[in-house]
Design a protein around this ligand. Sequence first.
Ligand code: TTP
Length: 410
Amino acid sequence: MKGVILAAGKGERLRPLTDDRPKVMLKVANRPIIEYVLENLDPFVDEFIIIVRYEKEKLIDGLGDEFNGKPMTYVDQLPGEGTAKAIESAREQIGDEEFIVANGDIYFEIEGVKELVGAFKREKADAALLVKEFDDLSHFGKVEVRENLVSMVREKPGSVSGYANLGVYIFKPDVFEFLQKTPLSKRGEYEITDTINLMIGDGKRVAYAVYSGYWNDVGRPWNLLELNEYLLKNKLKHSIRGIVEEGATVVPPVEIGEGTVVRSGAYLIGPVKIGRNSRIGPNCFIRPYTSIGDNCHIGNAVEVKNSIIMDNSNAPHLNYVGDSIIGENTNLGAGTITANLRHDKGTIKVEVKGKLEDSGRRKLGAIIGHNVKVGINVSIYPGRKIGSNSFVGPGVIVDRNVPSGSLVVM
Ligand code: TTP
């Protein structure tokens, strides 16, 4: 069976982290999100087809032409937006066998795929989708079922409970007829949920499998922190490949990559993951659920907790980084501090695609893009974004979002 992964989206809700790369290439626990999808589909497929468009070179260069020895073909999305258009793009590559489709920006585990394949076979179905029960389906497609089959999928049904469509499917090649007939939705996209409704209307059998494991749809910045926390809590194995100097404390589980040096006085409480060739300490405090990439520097008198610091970035002197995401090639000046808690203890709201959204989190720090230089003694309010390729001068109080490519001085 072939596996088709949808990775052509613009990932606008994840700006500024997606300013220069596809969302699926953002690293969580130091691995691109799409690699978790590839890994969990791997036992079921013999070839991967990746649908690409936005910043596709970054994806192709980053992943190469095989995964675990299985060929990977990149296919440009046909003109038009939406998941149905993305799947239709694989028409020539799919022969006469059924195939699995997954969004490239979701995290799910292998049990889900097993259940899905099981339901597809058991029901002798024409298609199958993976669902999960949630109390609030406002951000999902609601999957309505009758006995063992899907009767309808409704996009964004409001705050109701029920089965959510998780973005993992099996189709037979006859889906292409329905993909071609799928009309443009009110949102201006060709949506796979509309295709599935067309199939049901035509008498096709659409099965479903209920997934009970962990799942995350990485759409908004704080989803990266949730996924990071889950992966470090549940998947991290204690492993020290670098050097831990005498006088440093490492409380397992901590993964330290080759070439990384943890200097004396550093205090690391796992789960913490650190990539290769990074410099940690002396005298810093790294608290649980922190991922630090390759070639990073976390220096003297720096505290980091529950954060993602991507490759080639530095928090070198007297910094506090809490519940924050720092992109690649970014440098924090000495004394720069992220605030991660409101004094009224309210949940932190973040601007997502021009609208203020409630993250639901009491603690959320800064979201800083790639290639950013932050000067000394900068204070960043909770949930504020600093766009990629920006310069924030010394002493600035970042109380509003900084657009990408800005120069902000006091
Ligand atoms: P979405 O998360 O709905 O869209 P997006 O990735 O563009 O993100 P945003 O809304 O923040 O701009 O996409 C779901 C999945 O489908 C995701 O894996 C990307 C993929 N996709 C495509 O491959 N082509 C498309 O045209 C769209 C809209 C999504």
